[in-house]
Design a protein around this ligand. Structure first.
Ligand SMILES: NC(=O)c1ccc[n+]([C@@H]2O[C@H](COP(=O)([O-])OP(=O)(O)OC[C@H]3O[C@@H](n4cnc5c(N)ncnc54)[C@H](O)[C@@H]3O)[C@@H](O)[C@H]2O)c1
Ligand SMILES: [Zn+2]
Length: 349
């Protein structure tokens, strides 16, 4: 559910869904978010929940954090009837969902995402988990929350760069499944970036609808769900090639989509006009940070994407605006050309 005023009315909403408020309610959050929003969060709870903190940053999305938090839950009297509320961005959501998946073999949980990315993407679809030093998201489980409460008001404190990066996932949602969303985002840039509640709600609701629709038809990521990876093969390669330091995920996906659109135009699955329109849309929600990378480094890194099965380099390509398909025959030359185009745009700033 996405809307305004959800955070201050959380307890009765959970009660309605769960039947009653469990005796032990845990909140997993991080200190900066809790400092900003604890009063609003606590407003509707008759009894304060037990608050668990995860330090901010991808490096704490780890098994070490999971063990520490599980032990805290056990020590505070958590049992099978306990409920966990994940209150934060995608990192808190992924760790919180994973805790709920494995504590006492699984307890109920609720997602209260606080970043744009978490509201439209990571809180939808039931994927939970943590990173290993060997790679991102290598450990995890599918565990669906009882409910997702995406409060648009909470985005009021989100840094502008985080908002813009998250919006790239909505651009993606429009390109692969929703022409109306593409048009809306083209026509309402100022409202969306200005955090107008109505405009944000529209973009968020459409993005969630798209992802939930795709996921419900392909829970375990065997086929259709692949299309959610538009721009992500090159995007992940960019994140890897920059050591996960300079780019936010959505920014990497923004550049990745530009390479993908180029490839699609070359193959004729989108027209030159559509290419121009969509590339322009990505920049409207930029700026994307400039890149200083060698083409070879990026193309080499695309081979390491974990969604490749049996060494085949899978690519999601848009088909017109609002549809997409998966191809497996992208040649190294095609990829190099697309990456070169993108890097030329990215070094121009
Ligand atoms: N499970 C999935 O399907 C899925 C999908 C996409 C991404 N992810 C994961 O999501 C993670 C990224 O999530 P993210 O982009 O939300 O990053 P994040 O959780 O690191 O949050 C970004 C930053 O914003 C701050 N923040 C969060 N909410 C705020 C608010 N309302 N006001 C002010 N500051 C706020 C956080 O403290 C943090 O510094 C990655 O680990 C990624 O793997 C998971
Ligand atoms: Zn993504």
């Amino acid at each position: 559910m996405a809307g305004s005023g959800l955070l201050s009315t959380l307890a009765p909403r959970i009660e309605r869904i769960a039947g009653r408020l469990p005796r032990r309610v845990f909140v997993l959050t991080s200190a900066p978010i809790w400092a900003l929003w604890n009063e609003t969060f606590l407003a509707s709870f008759p009894e304060a929940p037990i608050v668990l903190f995860l330090e901010p940053g991808e490096k704490y999305k780890s098994l070490a954090s999971v063990e520490k938090l599980l032990r805290e839950m056990a020590r505070s009297g958590g049992d099978r009837g306990s409920l966990l509320i994940a209150f934060g961005g995608g990192i808190v959501g992924d760790v919180g969902g994973f805790l709920a998946a494995i504590f006492m073999r699984g307890i109920a949980y609720v997602q209260v995402p606080t970043t744009f990315l978490a509201q439209v993407d990571s809180s939808v679809g039931g994927k939970t988990g943590v990173n290993l030093p060997e790679g991102k998201n290598l450990v995890g489980s599918f565990h669906h929350p009882l409910a997702v409460f995406a409060d648009i008001g909470v985005l009021g404190t989100l840094p502008d760069r985080e908002l813009r990066a998250g919006l790239m996932e909505s651009v993606k949602a429009g390109i692969i499944r929703d022409r109306t969303l593409v048009r809306f985002m083209e026509e309402h840039v100022d409202e969306v970036l200005g955090r107008d509640a109505k405009a944000l709600e529209k973009v968020i609701a459409a993005s969630i609808r798209m992802k939930a629709g795709v996921v419900s038809r392909d829970e375990r990521e065997t086929g259709l769900r692949m299309i959610l990876n538009l721009g992500h093969t090159v995007g992940h390669a960019l994140e890897q090639a920059t050591g996960y330091k300079t780019l936010l995920h959505g920014e990497a996906v923004g550049w990745g989509m530009i390479a993908t659109l180029y490839l699609a135009r070359k193959r004729g699955t989108i027209t030159a006009g559509q290419f121009e329109r969509l590339e322009n849309l990505i920049h409207l929600y930029g700026p994307l940070p400039p890149l200083k990378l060698r083409e070879k480094k990026v193309t080499a890194a695309t081979g390491g994407d974990k969604k490749n099965v049996g060494g085949v380099r899978r690519f999601v390509l848009p088909i017109g605006i609002g549809d997409a398909g998966v191809v497996e025959d992208v040649t190294p030359e095609e990829l190099e050309e697309a990456v070169a185009y993108m890097l030329a745009r990215a070094s121009a700033g």
